[in-house]
Design a binder for this molecule. Structure first.
Ligand SMILES: [Zn+2]
Length: 366
């Protein structure tokens, strides 16, 4: 496969105010029976809208309100519960756990998947990846669906009403993609699709980065009111769509590899994925010696309260912690998608450099 380069994506992506009410019209030509898994906390206000939209277009619907961890046990249990209805599509509405559980159920039932994210905390809604955990919230595997979610429905009225921390996490996750795609390209690495990247993903990652730098601050001030401002619409597109297309087709690098280490240390392990990635990006830029980007990103992080050191993640930057983070990061295959090739000591040196750079005002997450 060395000269073949693969690009994957959802076949339809709908974004805007009230998008969830379009589910029925969007799906009726392709699906006749839908299994809906919805976050229990949202079921009261969202389930009636989803049911009305689907059944109004004669899509038979079986809805389960669910909450919990993304475990093999939960996925198998839901699949067993839904199997007798013979659904030809699984729709998951909620945050990351609900979407990943729904992805697992769609794979178990061998049917298409539709994601309806109600927060924009990462790019999971468009991607093939499922983050599977054990009962103690330890990540145990990240299996890939055979195809991306067929349809992604992003209702910006819902996302505009979610707490700012979710969107900040999504912004951290998305911002890194430009540098990760560039790192993967330079190091001749493979994307999560298992091939070298085409040129398009880098263009998407660049646009994603520009949008976030330009529009984030206005977008954040508009949270809580609907309809979403044009800036918030653009940031949501960057966080959910551009970020997902960029990483799956352009490749991951050091910023995401660092999350392997952060998931293992006190404090940082409790922080959302995108906040961990934001810190990882600082380390990647320091490691690559890209002072100009580091200054630009560091300044942005300061303005929007993204982490600028381990203290901001609630983690003490002791030598043993830095060693543990570096060692776990090196276990990720995409850790090598950067130049120069990272080693345990070069990663520790990059983390030390970031701690030294931190000025007194940086600890925003404690
Ligand atoms: Zn990510």
């Amino acid at each position: 496969m060395s000269d073949l380069r693969l690009f994957t994506a959802p076949s339809r992506y709908l974004q805007g105010p009230g998008a969830v009410d379009e589910l029925g019209r969007l799906l009726k030509d392709r699906y006749s029976v839908a299994a809906v898994i919805i976050d229990s906390a949202l079921a009261g206000r969202l389930a009636p809208r989803i049911l009305r939209s689907l059944e109004g277009e004669s899509v038979r619907t079986h809805l389960i309100a669910w909450t919990g961890e993304v475990t093999r046990f939960a996925i198998d249990g839901l699949a067993e519960q839904l199997h007798p209805y013979s659904p030809n599509v699984v729709i998951a509405a909620g945050g990351g756990k609900t979407l990943d559980t729904g992805k697992g159920v769609s794979v178990a039932l061998g049917v298409d998947m539709v994601t309806v994210p109600t927060i924009a905390s990462n790019d999971g809604p468009t991607s093939r990846t499922i983050a599977e955990y054990d009962e103690h919230h330890r990540l145990i595997s990240t299996p890939q669906m055979p195809a991306n979610p067929a349809v992604v429905v992003v209702d910006t009225d819902l996302i505009a009403q979610a707490p700012a921390d979710f969107l900040l996490s999504g912004i951290g996750d998305a911002l890194a993609k430009r540098f990760e795609a560039a790192g993967c390209y330079r190091a001749a690495g493979n994307t999560p699709n298992g091939t070298r990247p085409l040129d398009l993903p880098s263009a998407i990652a660049d646009a994603c980065y520009r949008t976030i730098l330009t529009d984030t601050e206005v977008a954040l001030t508009g949270l809580g009111s609907t309809p979403a401002s044009p800036q918030l619409e653009r940031v949501i597109e960057a966080v959910v769509l551009m970020s997902g297309l960029a990483f799956e087709n352009g490749g991951l690098s050091l910023a995401h590899a660092l999350t392997r280490g952060l998931m293992r240390v006190e404090g940082a392990k409790m922080r959302p994925h995108g906040i961990q990635v934001a810190y990882g990006l600082l380390i990647q830029l320091a490691h690559e010696g890209d002072e100009e980007s580091l200054a630009q990103v560091g300044e942005f992080f300061k303005r929007v309260s993204l982490p600028r050191g381990l203290g901001d993640l609630g983690t003490e930057a002791s030598p043993s912690v830095l060693e543990a983070i570096a060692e776990a990061a090196l276990s990720a295959p995409h850790c090598l998608n950067t130049v120069p090739v990272p080693t345990r000591s070069s990663l520790v040196a990059a983390m030390e450099a970031i701690e030294r750079d931190l000025d007194d005002g940086g600890h925003t997450w404690m």
